[in-house]
Design a protein around this ligand. Sequence first.
Ligand code: ADP
Ligand code: FDM
Ligand code: MG
Length: 217
Amino acid sequence: MQVVKRGLFIVFEGLDRSGKSTQSKMLASYLENELQVPVKSICFPNRESVSGKTLNQYLQNRDMKYPDEAIHLIFAANRWEMRDQILSDLKSGITLICDRYAFSGVAYSAAKGLDFEWCKNPDRGLVKPDLTFFIDANAETIKSRSDYGSERYERVEFQKKVSESYGKFKQEAEADEHWVTVQADGKSIEEMHSEILDKFIKYRESQSEGCDDLDKL
Ligand code: ADP
Ligand code: FDM
Ligand code: MG
């Protein structure tokens, strides 16, 4: 009987317009085309699902009033909707490249003033990523990037607060092999990509003996 080695769960995190989608796509395409790794790209919020339609409306319409706690729970529900699919893809050997995950949930809601630990609770039990790339970009630098300002949270003052909340994860994850902070300022898209690729390959080599178990958040 052939044993299928499970896929890796790779997450990209960071401020709006920091380069997550660009880097997720580049990593996915490298793995698929150069390393022949079966890959699937996903993102959160998943705007297509039942909860995702509400989240999309909320993000696109700054005037929509809704309690911060309630929207936080909907963002988490949006991840729970995908939990079984994520598990089954990983178990069938597919590597998932995921553009935002539970760290976004906490970082953005805590930036509004909600309690950091409270914010983590609704995501407890979801699949834990193997590797999270946190793209550490300066909130001032990215404000001039294309389309900045089109959605609810894209304001420099708010993004600075989000950056502070991500800073807590960064601190907690110091020396954690599952978290990689990638400094973005002054680096080109290509430079970022080769740094991310290098870190990914090193991580994969370090796990080659056995990464079959899946942990929970
Ligand atoms: P995110 O998904 O984090 O919101 P994107 O990947 O969509 O960010 O990138 C936002 C914009 O910034 C795009 O126009 C992209 O080409 C540009 N961009 C991404 N990374 C860099 C970089 N390292 N230097 C300059 N521009 C970048
Ligand atoms: N966002 C995203 C949250 O506030 N909470 C979450 O749990 C997640 C996954 O939604 F402003 C915010 C972060 C960002 C927006 O934008 C999604 P993109 O461009 O689709 O990443
Ligand atoms: Mg994006």
